[in-house]
Design a protein around this ligand. Sequence first.
Ligand SMILES: [Fe+2]
Length: 377
Amino acid sequence: MQSSYLKLQVNCSLQKPSISHNFDHFKSRLSSAFKQLSLRISVPKTIKNSFVKLLDVFVDQMFEFVDQPLLPSQRNFAPVDALREAVLVTNIDGEIPEDFPEGVYIRNGPNPLFGGLKSTKSMFGSSNHIWVEGEGMLHALYFKKETDGSWNVVYMNRHVESETFKQEKQRNRSSFLPAIEGDSLAILSAYLLNLLRFGKINKYISNTNIFEHAGKFYSVAENHMPQEIDIFTLETLGNWDVNGAWNRPFTSHPKKASGTGELVIMGVDATKPFVEIGVISADGDKLVHKVDLKLSRCSLCHEIGITQRYNVFLDYPLSIDLTRLAFGGPLIKYEHEGYAKIGIMPRYGDADSVKWFDVEPNCTFHIINCFEDGNEV
Ligand SMILES: [Fe+2]
């Protein structure tokens, strides 16, 4: 399944009926073209490899990758070097409290390969990586207390080695064409060429969150399933598909249910089912519940909330304006006129058991908290 962010965007707009007939026709042609291209990839390996090599030559000849300039205010987004070995941290301001626990502090974030975010220039125009598109890098601080009471603090970093990270690393150069921002034709050609060469439109960046479940640790970005990581070596151990039960996008912010220890997750995709909710067993081995919310549109729901008994999610209006591909302008379009809803569903409910509450159209990314107060959520 191609679950890339950009595919999500294209298909989102396929659901909107308000655009003119001609444009609907264009979109349906575009959609079927992508489907056909996906099918065509299933050809014998040797032919496919030759075809991909041919396309690589075409990309190398036609597209120039250039570094994006970094403004002083954007220095925080500049990539850091990947370390070969852990380093001892000696320049610590202040003091580590006496009762501070030993352990690991770990986080991830975008850290683009090959020197930074890129733009491409070609006869089709230019397209650019946006700031979230850097490959996920893990950063870990290890706190260990010595017998004399002093602290040993060590820092280590390492990229999350997703499938697409390995593909680019193997080629040793930027290879995925930026496909989110830029000139219309450049984006269209990036869609097609990425899909034909890599079988996906965008990279699996795994740069948004790290979470723990059943004693294992995972790095995730919501356009793909999580990658299990070893927090001591920062090695990537592989994709977590819950023993084959969850092969689709996975929220960056899953929630651990108090009491049962289950993990409540969701996945937002471009095609039906647009939003699915899942409950993973406390031991992480089984998907004990999976439900399609049966939404009629794609909704960019970024975070799920939970209470003792309920799951809480947002369905807010966001569409992708494909006219931009033809005429320019922002690709992602927030719909002020659309509807927005908050849904509340019993933990193991189904689409029919969701109670929907209309709210003013808004764009909400994160939930601060959810709780029950008597009969209210
Ligand atoms: Fe987030």
